[in-house]
Design a protein. Structure first.
Length: 173
């Protein structure tokens, strides 16, 4: 059988065109649907392990200890009724970083909260790996002395957003 590149390309182009024309009819709001899938991945989580990744902060910026952040986040999750423990296959990864101050007046910082869960690959379900199923993050700028307070405030807001998404999928009895 001989394959004609033109006909194969034409079929591919027609198939893609059909998807573009039909997709809006069934997709609705693709971003909303993607967010719904991410929220649905929170259903039935039995235990969360909090991991804090905080590389050494920029020298001129206020610092927050990894242990203090971990304790605060775990307490916030427990207070909301979320299951927090060690050794589970689900990790809430908190990443914090700051950059050197600009002319000793302002520091930039980054906060990221990601839920990592064990997932199976669709193409080969024998392969299990970690996948990020929920994520939020933010950037901030503050005076060096305010970095700890502002960073904690942003982190608390993101963790509260995670708690709300979790409770939406796992309502209390």
């Amino acid at each position: 059988m001989r394959v004609h590149p033109f006909l194969s390309g034409l079929r591919l182009a027609l198939g893609l065109l059909a998807l573009l024309v039909v997709a809006p009819a069934w997709a609705g709001d693709p971003v909303a649907e993607y967010e719904a899938i991410k929220r649905a991945s929170l259903k039935g989580i039995e235990s969360l392990e909090v991991l804090v990744v905080a590389p050494h902060a920029a020298s001129g910026c206020g610092q927050v200890s990894r242990e203090q952040v971990q304790t605060e986040v775990e307490a916030r999750l427990r207070q909301a009724g979320l299951p927090v423990g060690l050794g589970g296959a689900t990790h809430l990864v908190i990443s914090l970083a700051s950059v050197e101050p600009l002319k000793e007046r302002l520091c930039g910082f980054v906060v990221s909260v990601a839920l990592q869960q064990v997932v199976l690959l669709v193409r080969d379900t024998r392969i299990a790996t970690f996948g990020m199923t929920w994520h939020r993050g933010g950037l901030g700028i503050a005076a060096p002395a305010r970095i700890p307070e502002d960073l904690r405030g942003m982190l608390a807001a993101i963790v509260d957003e995670f708690i709300a998404a979790y409770l939406e999928q796992n309502p209390r009895p």
